[in-house]
Design a protein around this ligand. Structure first.
Ligand code: ADP
Ligand code: MG
Length: 474
């Protein structure tokens, strides 16, 4: 299949759709000469910006590198710049999604779940050995090689994968799918390979329960649960799960990424390694029933994305009304963290990073934590705020006064509305938003103030710092 001159369409015939993602369509295709079947992931590159094109190159580069029985194999990439289309030709896998297969089974036990997660974690252990972090472990990306019983699980979709040497923790951007994001990513802490083990932990929990460990109609509340690694094993459905399975989940869903099991350690866990002796063989009908509902909800969400009922990336910023979610998120939702609702698509954008960091700064201010505040602002920050009577204020002492003299220490709630972000190159951005602060006053009543703010962020020595802000009067 070499020969740079040859075009995809000269060599392959396209057939039916196999799936759709945020930026691509996957179609079955047939090698005209050999009649072999493949899956072509097709990208329309016309409207992609430089950054997105680089990501596409990254995906191709990573897929080329990975050769493992539990990973979909890439054969060839055709970049047809004239027509603005890129084709990535993969081995065709015909078993569909793993989760769709499980719900169609007559019999399903812990032992089956153990076998599934073993293959998934084997593929992840291999990625980690090859210095790759997948960052998007979730059911949609777990396929089965064929429809035969016992078919191999194949990890797909390296669209968010990155090349990072083992142990090289860093902030590589906010990426993943909401329910599977790790606490460290949500906290915007430096992260590394353990994010994949967390994602596998979420998948394993679902494989055993039929529902996810972290869930709330309001996404930000779900994020709170994740950040605290707050989940449980409710009765009665978990009563029949072996303690070894629960112990393994605890090891994978460990809050502290350094204490979390590594992929290699997961593979050595008795529930995996000595499956025959340790994992239960009791049929789990309730799990199948739960999984059916879980799958239906996921598909509905995906379908709504496809027809645009759920806002896509481009409308995250500054669009009101908020995107609605099929999980009955209130339309007026201005959740306690006030983050714009995310849809299940790429969140790895600099704009989203600015929204997150602004949100974090506002919460630090609400918590009156001056030490934390200093981490987010430049020493020579300038501002115009009503408190200074319209004069420009420079430096931190002016702000410190407020933090030190905030005698109220009453709980406050910040709501952050309608953010609009404009990137000024890679290292600077402006964000404007509406901020509402509710607080209890000493008389026991509450007050609510609102203002419009503009903040200028600049990346200084690798960290985003607020260098200027401007607040309207209340
Ligand atoms: P995206 O990055 O856009 O999410 P994926 O690589 O996950 O794209 O592919 C989207 C969907 O296409 C998958 O969820 C799956 O259903 C289907 N798909 C992907 N690769 C293959 C393949 N090699 N064989 C069969 N179907 C595939
Ligand atoms: Mg995908």
């Amino acid at each position: 299949m070499e020969g740079k001159e040859q075009k995809f369409t000269d060599l392959f015939e396209l057939r039916e759709d196999l799936g759709k993602g945020a930026f691509s369509v996957v179609k079955k295709c047939i090698d005209i000469r050999t009649k072999n079947e493949y899956a072509a992931k097709i990208f329309n590159t016309k409207r992609l910006n430089t950054r997105e094109l680089q990501k596409l190159d990254r995906e191709a580069r990573i897929c080329r590198l990975l050769k493992h029985p539990s990973i979909v194999r890439l054969h060839h990439v055709f970049k047809e710049d004239v027509v603005h289309v890129t084709y990535m030709v993969f081995d065709l896998v015909t078993g569909g999604e793993l989760f769709d297969d499980i719900v169609a089974r007559e019999f399903y036990s812990e032992k089956d779940a153990s076998y599934c997660i073993q293959q998934i974690v084997e593929s992840i252990a291999y990625c980690h050995q090859m210095s790759i972090i997948h960052r998007d472990i979730k059911p949609e990306n777990l396929l089965l090689s064929s429809k035969n019983p016992g078919a191999a699980v194949k990890l797909a979709d390296f669209g968010l994968a990155i090349e990072v040497a083992k142990g090289e923790k860093g902030w590589y951007g906010f990426a993943g799918t909401p329910g599977y994001l790790s606490p460290e990513v949500l906290e915007k802490d430096p992260y590394c390979h353990p994010v994949d083990v967390w994602g596998c932990g979420v998948v394993l929990y679902i494989l055993l329960a039929g529902y996810p460990p972290f869930w709330d109609d309001v996404q930000e509340r779900m994020y709170k649960q994740i950040k605290a690694a707050r989940y449980d094993f409710p009765s009665p459905e978990w009563d029949s799960v072996t303690s070894e399975a629960k112990q393994l989940i605890r090891g994978m869903l460990t809050l502290d990424q350094d204490a979390r099991l590594t992929a290699e350690q997961v593979l050595k866990h008795p529930w995996i390694k000595s499956r025959e002796k340790v994992a239960s063989t009791m049929h789990r009908q309730e799990t199948i029933t739960g999984l059916k509902k879980f799958n239906a909800r996921r598909k509905l969400k995906a379908a709504m994305h496809a027809v645009g009922l759920v806002a896509k990336k481009s409308s995250f910023f500054g669009s009101t009304p908020r995107p609605t979610s099929p999980d009955s998120t209130p339309k007026t939702s201005t959740s306690d963290l006030g983050l714009p609702l995310l849809s299940e698509c790429e969140t790895d954008t600099p704009e989203y990073e600015i929204i997150l960091i602004t949100n974090k700064l506002l919460n630090v201010i609400a918590a009156a934590d001056f030490g934390e505040y200093c981490k987010y602002v430049a020493d020579d920050i300038t501002c115009f705020e009503p408190e200074a009577g319209g004069y420009r204020v420079e430096g931190l002492p002016f702000h410190k006064f407020y933090f030190n003299n905030d005698s109220s220490k009453n709980p406050v709630n910040v709501t952050f509305l309608n953010p609009k972000v404009r990137m000024l190159g890679d290292d600077a951005a402006v964000i404007t938003y509406y901020r509402i602060v509710q607080s209890l006053n000493s008389a026991g009543g509450f007050t609510s103030t609102s203002s419009q703010e503009t903040r200028v962020w600049q990346k200084l020595e690798g960290n985003w710092k607020c260098v200027h802000f401007h607040r309207s009067s209340n």
